[in-house]
Design a protein around this ligand. Structure first.
Ligand code: CAA
Length: 259
């Protein structure tokens, strides 16, 4: 992995990489360069079959305090219109392998949106979530209004976006933003364990499962069911499906090859 300025990229276990947001002096605010480095790291692993899952964390104290407000202040409307950031967000959103977030402390604005780009979220019990853009005279700009509403429903999405108030980890779990809560020191370990577990699963099935689940956000039930059925059918043609079934019959561990 190349040396990055605003993130750390490590490979803590075979099959998994960890991206750690690394701007502690700015509460991990998502400056352009940081976002670019995340997008480039993800892109560089898409065709690397040895990498099967990604963990994103901000460390034990803060996940991310949102877009870098100092950078944002430099842009007028035309600057925002020509901003490169939406292309970084798109690359993160389209990443085909599972991304697990370990979130401690604040996940605000773009930080909450980055978290919502992840597939599974483990939160420390010190986590706080919010979309405080309203306090800056703007609205969420990286999918916050759309992904929040689809996840937490209308009333809570309106509450967060219109008031700028924060919710804690338990509320976030109750509303489906987060799947598990741990103590802050354990959220990364739990996310990594989950990533390692997923890394052992048949990669083609993992990929199509993620695609199918995400499609449910944006399509009709009928279209989603059709996609699910086609993916289910496609997997019947894979060696891993034969291996999974054979291993079950022979009472042994499957050896999945991604074929
Ligand atoms: N952008 C740039 N710098 C930030 C920042 C941000 N989003 N958040 C914090 N920082 C900087 C502060 O300016 C400060 O820098 P200096 O030491 O140079 O003054 C440093 O980080 C520490 O910040 P605080 O002293 O404020 O730390 P705190 O622990 O007291 O408070 C906080 C933490 C509650 C996160 C607070 O910093 C805060 O409210 N930050 C802004 C949150 C916000 O409004 N996010 C939305 C941004 S807009 C957005 O995200 C748009 C989008 O959807 C695309």
């Amino acid at each position: 992995m190349p040396d990055y300025q605003d993130i750390l990229v490590t490979a803590p276990d075979s099959g998994v990489i960890t991206i750690t947001l690394n701007r502690p002096e700015a509460r991990n605010a998502l400056c352009n360069n940081l976002l670019r480095e995340i997008a480039e790291t993800l892109d560089s692993t898409i065709n690397d079959d040895s990498i099967k899952a990604v963990v994103i964390t901000g460390g034990e104290h803060v996940f991310a305090a949102g877009a870098d407000i100092k950078e944002m202040a430099e842009l007028d409307a035309v600057g925002v219109m020509n901003d490169i950031r939406p292309s970084y967000w798109r690359r993160i959103a389209q990443y085909p392998k599972p991304i697990i977030a370990a979130v401690n402390g604040f996940a605000l604005g773009g930080g909450c949106e980055l978290m919502m780009h992840c597939d599974i979220v483990i939160a420390g019990d010190n986590a706080q979530f919010g979309q405080p853009e309203i306090n800056l005279g703007i609205i969420p700009g990286a999918g916050g209004t759309q992904r929040l509403l689809r996840t937490v429903g209308k009333s809570m999405a309106m509450q967060l976006v219109l008031s700028g108030e924060f919710i804690n980890a338990e509320q976030a779990r109750d509303f489906g933003l987060v799947s598990e809560i741990t103590i802050p020191e354990m959220s990364y370990n739990r996310a990594l364990k989950l990533a390692k577990n997923i890394a052992r699963k048949p990669p083609l099935a993992v990929r199509l499962a993620k695609e199918s689940l995400l499609k449910a956000y944006e399509t009709t039930l009928e279209t989603g069911l059709n996609l699910e059925r086609k993916s289910f059918t496609l997997l019947a043609a894979t060696e891993d499906r034969n291996e999974g079934i054979a291993a079950f019959m022979e009472k042994r561990r499957p050896d999945f090859r991604g074929k």
